[in-house]
Write a protein that binds this ligand. Sequence first.
Ligand code: AMP
Length: 211
Amino acid sequence: MNLIFLGAPGAGKGTQAEVVSEALKIPQISTGNILREAAKNGTEYGLKAKAAMDAGALVSDDIVIGILKERIAEEDCREGFILDGFPRTVPQAEALDAMGIKIDKVIEINVADETIKQRVSGRRVCQGCGASYHIEYKPSKTEGVCDKCGDKTVIRKDDQPEVVLERLATYHEKTAPLKDYYEKQGKLVTVEGQEEVADTSKLTLAAVGVE
Ligand code: AMP
C-alpha cells in the first residue's frame, strides 16, 4: 500500500504516519526529516535547503523530487511506503505520477489554523533520529530525552511563531491545492484531527482500512 499524508505543519500528519507505518509495517518517509539531516550534515543540498526551511518556505521541487526518487527506490519500499510531507506542490504530485508510482490513498489530517498556532509551541523533535513529540499531547517518557534513541529533544527552529505563520501561508497557497488534485483522482480521505492523539489515530487507522 502506498499512502500520502497531507496536512498543515503541526496538524499531526507525522505522528499519524508513524502509527500507520507501525501497523502496516511499511516505512514512513519524511522529506522534512531527510532535509533536516542533510542540513545537519552540511551537504551541498542540505545547506541550500536550510535557508528555505528556516524561513518557512518550501525547498525547490527539483531537490525534493530527487531525494524522494532515491529514497523510494530503496529495498524497504518494495511492499509500500507512507509519504509524510511529500508532495507539497502540484508539480511534485505530477512528478510522482510521471514516475509511475501508484498511490492508493491520500489521508488529509485536517486541523484549524488557530489550533495549530496553539499546538506547535509544544512540539519537540529529537536532534538525533528526528522522532517527534509534544510536551502535552505526546510527551517522551523522560522530559527532553528521545524514547527511541536517547538523544536530546529540541524545539525546531521553524516552529517559532513567526515562522509557523509563514509555513501556514505556504501550506494554504502551495499544498492545499493538492486536496483538489487527489479528490479528482478519487483518493482523498479527510480525517478530522482530534484533541487526543489516540482518537485521531483510531480515525486514521479506520481511514486506511486497519481496525
Ligand atoms: P516538515 O518536517 O514536513 O514540516 O518539513 C519541514 C520543512 O522542510 C518544510 O517547511 C520545507 O521547508 C521543507 N520540506 C519538507 N518536505 C518538503 C517538500 N515535499 N517540498 C518542499 N519543501 C519541503
